[in-house]
Design a protein around this ligand. Structure first.
Ligand SMILES: Cc1cc2nc3c(=O)[nH]c(=O)nc-3n(C[C@H](O)[C@H](O)[C@H](O)COP(=O)(O)OP(=O)(O)OC[C@H]3O[C@@H](n4cnc5c(N)ncnc54)[C@H](O)[C@@H]3O)c2cc1C
Length: 473
């Protein structure tokens, strides 16, 4: 029987394990932390009964993929729950904008900017299933939907600052700035629109759902199915070299590229080791979990009903904050993402105390305390917020890396989303999952299609391993 060892139980490690186990491979997953799930862990970090997502919160790109269609995770307890409004963006004086599932409803509140929103997101939303099928795979392949992909590419290749010229109101421009900021790139850099256009379209096509019972339900559903196929998952085992886990026919590494080079050691061809150690990481994040009495008192009404609230003011303010962070400095007013998962999933609350999730973009390896800046940004659009805080749990950029070594310098998306790494990650090659050693693969978010708790990196890596076992490559 073919034997596989998977190092790391993030969503990609688990997806790889599940894909292999379903094909009859004997699978063992080894996880360094005491809890499974990597970026999909959830815990009661502040007040008993108040459940916080420690990393991933919203899962637009996990809802409908080759992986989600292949495995019935709903039977193992995974249920998606949608907020009434997918994401919102407050501005000063109670103004703001919001993204609904419907492109039309979203365009209607944008006034003169509605036309631009409809022109970009209308056709992409209608064709998104085919587009997603292509971009959830390595970029070097013959596209199944070339025309749809070309339309997506036409908008995505532009810098965010150029695409934003389609909108002239503060509201329209800010709504796009919020999704564009997910790339953690300067808005003037090439391809900085890509992630914003994809996430913005996904909000209309699939919504931005949360997992009922916390993102940990994603990992626990996968583990339950792995065990049903006879696989095993062990926590508290940190792997530092291949020798510790061999013999195995297949090794899947759900780790950062430089860590993969260290684990594989001298067996890895030196040109591949060099490419992996030169892999670039992006800025960090500083995360605060708040337990809040009765939620955030946003002045902008729609923000009170949105799963995600992008906080940072106008397009220009957010563009400045993202540029400063990418230059390695801490802005006075950072971009802050606020998660109100409890609106879609009330099981996470304790009476009228609710979990509010917030993180700021900060420089890589930032050692300062961004709590005050995060609270000031929220207070600016929700006066009275501070008075409602019952408890806080902080995790700095450095503590992010201690929590999970894949977040190098606090880089929670496992790699800078610059033009080269968006297309070729972790290195330029036809099969980005291979590491130059037969049977050994990288399956983390440093491989295509990149960050997110969708499991598609692991699924693709396992497909590559299975094809090679069958002698097809
Ligand atoms: C604050 C934050 C917010 C996010 N928001 C979202 C979101 O809303 N939606 C979304 O889709 N994604 C989000 N993400 C990103 C998402 O969580 C990651 O992209 C995803 O978890 C990557 O999965 P992975 O399997 O590649 O790695 P990870 O989830 O990082 O898991 C890697 C695992 O491997 C283990 N490991 C590493 N080295 C070793 C070793 N040597 N031995 C044994 N075990 C090891 C680690 O302990 C960890 O458990 C967010 C992340 C963070 C931190």
């Amino acid at each position: 029987m073919t034997k596989a060892v998977v190092v790391g139980s993030g969503p990609n490690g688990l997806a790889a394990a599940l894909t292999l186990a379903a094909e009859g491979v004997e699978v063992e997953v080894l996880e360094a932390a005491d809890t499974i799930g990597g970026g999909t862990r959830s815990s009661e970090l502040t007040v008993p009964g108040v459940l916080h997502d420690e990393c991933s919160g919203f899962h637009p790109l996990a809802v409908d993929t080759a992986f989600s269609r292949r495995f019935d995770l709903a039977r193992h307890g995974l249920r998606w729950r949608w907020p009434q409004i997918q994401y919102a963006h407050p501005l000063d004086d109670g103004r703001g904008a919001a993204a609904w599932r419907s492109v039309e409803d979203t365009a209607a509140q944008l006034g003169s900017d509605g036309r631009g929103w409809r022109q970009i997101f209308g056709p992409l939303t209608e064709r998104f299933d085919g587009i997603a099928e292509d971009f959830l795979r390595p970029m070097l392949h013959v596209p199944a939907h070339p025309i749809k992909l070309a339309r997506f590419g036409a908008f995505s290749l532009a810098p965010a600052s150029l695409l934003a010229r389609r909108w002239s109101t503060d509201e329209g421009r800010a709504l796009f700035a919020g999704v564009a900021a997910h790339a953690l790139r300067p808005f003037g850099s090439p391809v900085s629109s890509a992630i914003g256009v994809a996430l913005g379209t996904a909000a209309h096509r699939y919504g931005w759902p949360v997992a009922e019972g916390g993102s940990r339900s994603i990992a626990s559903a996968m583990v339950s199915l792995i065990e049903e196929f006879g696989g095993k998952v062990q926590t508290g085992v940190s792997v530092s070299s291949l020798q510790e886990i061999l013999p195995a026919d297949i090794v899947m590494l759900d780790v950062a590229p430089a860590a993969a080079a260290r684990i594989v050691g001298d067996r890895m061809p030196s040109r591949i080791a060099r490419a992996l150690t030169r892999y670039r990481h992006g800025p960090g994040t500083f995360k605060v979990e708040f337990a809040v009495h009765e939620g955030v008192p946003w002045t902008h009404e729609e923000s009170r009903h949105a799963g995600t609230v992008h906080v940072g003011g106008t397009f220009e303010e957010i563009a400045t904050a993202e540029a400063v962070v990418n230059r390695g400095r801490m802005p006075d007013r950072p971009f802050v993402l606020v998660g109100q998962q409890f609106l879609a999933d009330p099981t996470r609350t304790a009476g009228d105390i609710v979990p509010v999730y917030a993180y700021a973009h900060v420089p890589s390896g930032y050692t300062g305390d961004a709590t005050g800046a995060i609270e000031a940004q929220i207070e600016r659009f929700a006066p009275g917020f501070r008075d409602r805080i019952v408890a806080r749990h902080l995790r700095s950029a450095i503590e992010m890396e201690q929590h999970n070594p894949n977040y190098v310098g606090g880089d929670v998306v496992t790699g800078a989303n610059d033009a080269r790494q968006l297309i070729f990650r972790p290195r330029v090659t036809l099969d980005p999952y291979t590491l130059g050693v037969p049977g050994v693969y990288l399956c983390s978010a440093a491989t295509p299609p990149g960050a997110g708790a969708h499991g598609m990196c692991g699924y693709n890596a396992a497909q590559s391993a299975l094809r090679r076992r069958r002698g097809e490559q």
